[in-house]
Design a protein around this ligand. Sequence first.
Ligand code: GTP
Ligand code: MG
Length: 542
Amino acid sequence: MTAMGVLAFEPNSQIKQDVIALGEYLQNPHFRIAVFAPFNYGKSTLLNAWLGARLLPMDLIPTTGAAIHVKYGEQIETHITLKDGTKIVKNGTNILQEYAILDNDRRMRSDVTAVEVYYPDPWLKTGVELIDLPGTDDREAQDNLVRDRLLTADLIIQVLDARKLMTLNERENLRDWLSDRGIKTVVFAINFLNLIPSEEQQEVNRRMRFVAESFRSELPNNVSNLYRVDALPALRAKLKGDSAALATNGLTTFVSAIEQITAIQQSEKSLRLPRLLAVVEPIKQALASKITTITTELTEAKEQYQAEIEVKQKAEKIIKQAFQRSLSELESWLYLPNLLSAYQSQLATALEQSKLDDWENQQLQPKLLEYQNAIAHWVNKASEFFDKKPPAELSITLPKPPEIPLPKSPNTPNKSSDVDLTPVAIATGLGWLLGGPVGAAIIGGATYLIDKNSESPVKPIVTDPELIKKAASEAAKNYLTTFSNEAFPPLKEYQQIVEKWLDFQPSLEPQNTSERYHNLQLLTTLSSNLERELEILSPKIS
Ligand SMILES: Nc1nc2c(ncn2[C@@H]2O[C@H](COP(=O)(O)OP(=O)(O)OP(=O)(O)O)[C@@H](O)[C@H]2O)c(=O)[nH]1
Ligand SMILES: [Mg+2]
């Protein structure tokens, strides 16, 4: 049952064990009779007497260390199944000493999963199976095993020790545990009655009858569920074939009563369903409460998630607006007419003074950075808020130093007519340099023609301040035009990337809920299947 996993029962929880045991019980065609009692009460001795052979280990110390199932077989054989699947088959039952008794620490072997003894008894051949169980009240593992087996039994025989009667409390606990599982019939066998003085035997019998009364509601009035059997004397008599002794020690009466009760119960056949129903009820409840828990958790998760999404959507809106604003501020700054009116004249002055570098570092670059930072600020905010890596930063580079057509000056020597004076690259620091072999430089406002090929001192070529101013202003305009033209494409591209990146698309479901949905579905299906099965079964029980 997959729901067992979803319900996450404790590994040894009673419900889980009940379900497992019941599965086996429902499949098992044999009528199972289990004998149980605390250790040393003579369970194994009683079964041996019943079967007429020393099949099952008996001893003065706690002995039986497995549920030993005795079934019909043509010859006496013992089958041991180990946890790893190994099956050991041996003639006789000596091998029980190795696999089915408690060790020196009074513990069961943990590697044994099933112990079966096959025995050629005609009554067993009718489809009856006897189960010898470890004693209870010694260790929890044994107690658990016994309870498991009791649930899979069709008839339960409890051995009582005439010398140690059950207390009221013990009796009620047992009755509650059994009736919670739909087990209403228990046959009691009193052992060791011959060991107490006869004047006390009467009183013991009276009290035992009182105990037995709680477990016979399903039996006809003429059939008792309380018997006296002196197990050891019975075994001895049986082995000797002493039928007179068998009658006095109670075995004959006990065995024929059990056969009668078995016949009655076997004919009813309805034993197993009520027991199933008794165990199903707690499972139904566990399913229902788990379904409620998961549903509540899912609803809460969804509401919380919805709230988170709303917050994120709000944040997205604010961030997007702010980003757009900072971006259009930069755009407007880069808009050529604005650039020219803000910077052309100061740039021209800077060029005249050969201070392009200084101007870039002190004027243009800081301003550009300021706009870029404003944009990056919002991108980083979004990155933090939505916890995703931001796109590559916006990169706007400054143009190369400007080139200008250098005007001809009246002072320009004729011989320089062969010199191509345009365009002229304006370098920084040293002044103006021509692209060709001849350069022009402005140093401190004076313009010279530099013949780079000659070592001769520089000679001025343009000295007219008006012409220089004009050239510088032209150069400034060129520079700013290039700057504006080159800045827009990366800016547009960046805008597109960021706008797409800023689109927060919430997934429909909060994370980590899919498994819970799956479990919920599983449980709901299971629950309704269970209901349906029960509806089909119910008419058969009532
Ligand atoms: N005197 C006497 N001794 C008995 C009687 N029945 C059993 N015994 C002894 O009591 C001891 C325990 O008997 P077992 O049959 O091993 O008892 P058990 O209930 O199977 O014990 P565990 O397997 O340990 O739970 C053995 O030594 C038996 O010989 C009886 O009727 N009279
Ligand atoms: Mg035993």
